[in-house]
Design a protein around this ligand. Structure first.
Ligand code: ZN
Length: 541
C-alpha cells in the first residue's frame, strides 16, 4: 500500500527534491573549496548565520509544500489531461530550489555553522548535519549523470508498464541493465568505502547493510518457512463474505469511523481516493491519506485506511518545534513502515480490535455481514497462503516476497547475477521460498515499479518495519495494558506510547537509534516469535 508514493517520497528525501528534474548547473567543486577557505578567514556572526539557517529550512519547506500540493492535486482531483502544466510548474520550482540549495552561500553557511558546532544546541546541530549530508551528496553526483539517469528512469517507467502488460521481460531488459549500471556507479558516490549494495541500502535505511540483513532474513526464513508448510496442510478459513457487494458510499462512511477510532483529528487529516493509497503530510497540522474502494473487497480499503492512518499518526506526532525544519516527518522508510504496519497488522488484524469494532461494522454492512462472527472475520483477514504478488500477500508470507527481491538485488549490484538471468532466478526463488510456480513475468519479476524508477535497496525497509513493529509491541506490552483498552476500541494509550518513544522525535535521531530507544537492541527473533505464536493459534498448529 502506498509503495509508489513511499518510494517516490523516499527519493525526494534522499535527493532533496532533485529526482524530478536536475537543472543543468555544473557545480565547480574547486570554487566551493575556496569558499570554505575564505569562510574560515571571515567572521560571520553566529546569530546571523542561525537566522539564515532558519530561512533556508523555511524555504525548503515552502518549495516542498508547493511541489507536494501539485502532486496531490494531480493524483486526486485534477482532470485527466492536465499533467503538462503541472509538469512545467514542478520542473521550474524544483530547479529553483536546487539552485538555492547548492549555491555557494549555502555551502558557506553550513561550513561556518559546523565550524561552530560546539556552540549550537543539539537541535540546531542536527539540522546542520542533515543539511550538510544532502549538500555534499548533491555535489558528488555529476549533474550530467543525474540528468541522464532521470531521463532513463522516466523512459523506463513507460517501458516497464508496457513490458508488464505484455509479460515481456526482454522489452524491459536493456533499461534494467542501464539502471543497474547507474546504481553501481551512484553507490560509489554515496560511499566509495562501502560495497555498492551496502551504500545503496544505507541511503534508504541508514545503518543497515548486507551483513545485518543476511542474518535478519536467515533467522526469519528458518522460522517461517516450516510454519507456512504446516499451514498448507490445514483447512483455510472462509473469506467469501469479504467479497460480497460493499457499496463505495458505505465504505466511505466506514473510513470516517476507522479514522475516528484511530484518533485522527479530521480538522488536520483529510482522506482522498487514488488508484494506489498513500500518505502525504505537509506538516503535522496538515496530513492527507488516500484509499481505493473496491466494491467486492471490504478488507482492501479498510486496511489501507488503517495503514495510511498509521503513517499520518507518525507525521502528526512530531514535535511542534521541529515543524518547517529538516527534523519534521518520519525518520526513515523502515521506521515509517513500522508505524503503518503496527496499526494495520499488530492492532488492526488483532482479535481484540476486531471484536471492538465489529458491532459498528455490522451496522454499516448489516446484510453483507449477516451471520458472520468477529472470530470468523478475524480468521478471514488473517488468511495465510503463499502467493505470487507482494502487494496482496498476507502478514506471514510477506517477508518471503521481500527476501526474493533482496537476494536478486544483492547479486545484481554485487555483479554475480546478470540482468538477463533475473526472470529464471526470480522464478527459482519463488519456488524455493514460497513453493509457488510463477506463470509469467507479469506475475513475476515485472510486478513492482521500484526498479523501473531506478530504486535498488528499498525493499528491505518493508520487512524491517514489520520486525521493528513486533519488537515495539513487546516493549509496549511491558509498559502498559495494550489489549484491555484496544478491546474497547480505545487506541489512545497505544498512540501515546508510540508518540513518546518514536513519533515526537522526528529526524532528531538516526533510524537505528529511534528503534533502540523504543524497544532495545534489534532482535529478529521477536518478530519470528510473534508470527509463530499468532499463526499457530489461528491454524491450530
Ligand atoms: Zn506504508
Amino acid at each position: 500500500m502506498g509503495q509508489f508514493w513511499e518510494y517516490f517520497l523516499a527519493l525526494l528525501a534522499a535527493y532533496g527534491l532533485l529526482c524530478i528534474v536536475w537543472p543543468p548547473i555544473l557545480w565547480d567543486r574547486r570554487s566551493r573549496f575556496f569558499q570554505y577557505i575564505r569562510n574560515e578567514e571571515s567572521h560571520m556572526d553566529l546569530k546571523e548565520a542561525l537566522d539564515r539557517l532558519d530561512e533556508l529550512q523555511r524555504q525548503e519547506y515552502a518549495y516542498d509544500a508547493g511541489l507536494s500540493a501539485l502532486y496531490l492535486d494531480g493524483d486526486t482531483v485534477a482532470p485527466r489531461d492536465t499533467a503538462a502544466g503541472r509538469g512545467l510548474a514542478v520542473s521550474v520550482l524544483s530547479g529553483e530550489w536546487h539552485r538555492k540549495f547548492t549555491a555557494p552561500e549555502t555551502g558557506e553557511l553550513l561550513a561556518f555553522l559546523l565550524g561552530r558546532r560546539d556552540e549550537l544546541d543539539p537541535v540546531r546541530r542536527r539540522q546542520v548535519e542533515l543539511l550538510k549530508r544532502d549538500y555534499d551528496l548533491d555535489a558528488r553526483i555529476p549533474a550530467e549523470e543525474y540528468m541522464e539517469f532521470a531521463q532513463l528512469t522516466s523512459d523506463a517507467g513507460d517501458v516497464w508498464k508496457k513490458a508488464k502488460a505484455a509479460g515481456d521481460f526482454e522489452l524491459f531488459r536493456p533499461y534494467l541493465e542501464k539502471i543497474v549500471a547507474f546504481n553501481i556507479k551512484f553507490a560509489g558516490y554515496y560511499d566509495p568505502n562501502k560495497a555498492p549494495y551496502d551504500a545503496l541500502l544505507n541511503e534508504f535505511e541508514r545503518g543497515t547493510d548486507m551483513a545485518f540483513l543476511d542474518s535478519f532474513f536467515a533467522a526469519l526464513r528458518e522460522r517461517i518457512v516450516p510454519l507456512i508448510r504446516a499451514i498448507g496442510e490445514k483447512e483455510q478459513p472462509d473469506v467469501s463474505f469479504l467479497h460480497r457487494h460493499y457499496p463505495a458510499e458505505r465504505q466511505r462512511k466506514f473510513s470516517d469511523y476507522l479514522m475516528e477510532v484511530m484518533g485522527l483529528d479530521r480538522a488536520h487529516c483529510g482522506i482522498g481516493e487514488t488508484e494506489h493509497p498513500f500518505t502525504l503530510s505537509f506538516n503535522k497540522w496538515d496530513a492527507r491519506i488516500t484509499t481505493h474502494y473496491y466494491e467486492d473487497d471490504l478488507a482492501s480499503s479498510m486496511y489501507s485506511v488503517i495503514h495510511e492512518g498509521g503513517h499520518a499518526t507518525y507525521d502528526m506526532g512530531v514535535r511542534d518545534e521541529y515543524q518547517f525544519t529538516r527534523l519534521s516527518g518520519g525518520v526513515s522508510m523502515g521506521v515509517h513502515e513500522s508505524q503503518s504496519r503496527f496499526y494495520e497488522n499488530l492492532i488492526g488484524r488483532s482479535l481484540p480490535f476486531i471484536k471492538a469494532i465489529f458491532p459498528k461494522m455490522a451496522e454499516f454492512f448489516p446484510e453483507q455481514l449477516a451471520g458472520v462472527t468477529p472470530e470468523q472475520f478475524y480468521r478471514a483477514v488473517n488468511k495465510a497462503e503463499p502467493s505470487l504478488i507482494r502487494t496482496e500477500a498476507d502478514e506471514l508470507t510477506y517477508p518471503l516476497h521481500i527476501m526474493v527481491r533482496y537476494e536478486i538485488e544483492k547479486r545484481l549490484i554485487g555483479g554475480t547475477l546478470e540482468v538477463r538471468d533475473v526472470p529464471a532466478e526470480w522464478n527459482r526463488l519463488y519456488q524455493e521460498y514460497l513453493g509457488v510456480d510463477v506463470p509469467d513475468d507479469a506475475h513475476g519479476c515485472l510486478q513492482d515499479s521500484h526498479w523501473s524508477g531506478g530504486s535498488f535497496g528499498y525493499f528491505p525497509a518493508y520487512a524491517l518495519g514489520s520486525a521493528y513493529g513486533a519488537q515495539m509491541l513487546k516493549a509496549m506490552e511491558g509498559d502498559i495494558d495494550v489489549w484491555g483498552p484496544v478491546g474497547r476500541g480505545d487506541l489512545s494509550g497505544v498512540t501515546a506510547w508510540l508518540n513518546e518513544k518514536i513519533h515526537q522525535h522526528g529526524w532528531m535521531m538516526e533510524p537505528a537509534d529511534v528503534v533502540k530507544n523504543a524497544c532495545g537492541p534489534f532482535d529478529p527473533n521477536v518478530y519470528a516469535d510473534y508470527l509463530t505464536e499468532k499463526y499457530s493459534r489461528l491454524y491450530g498448529l
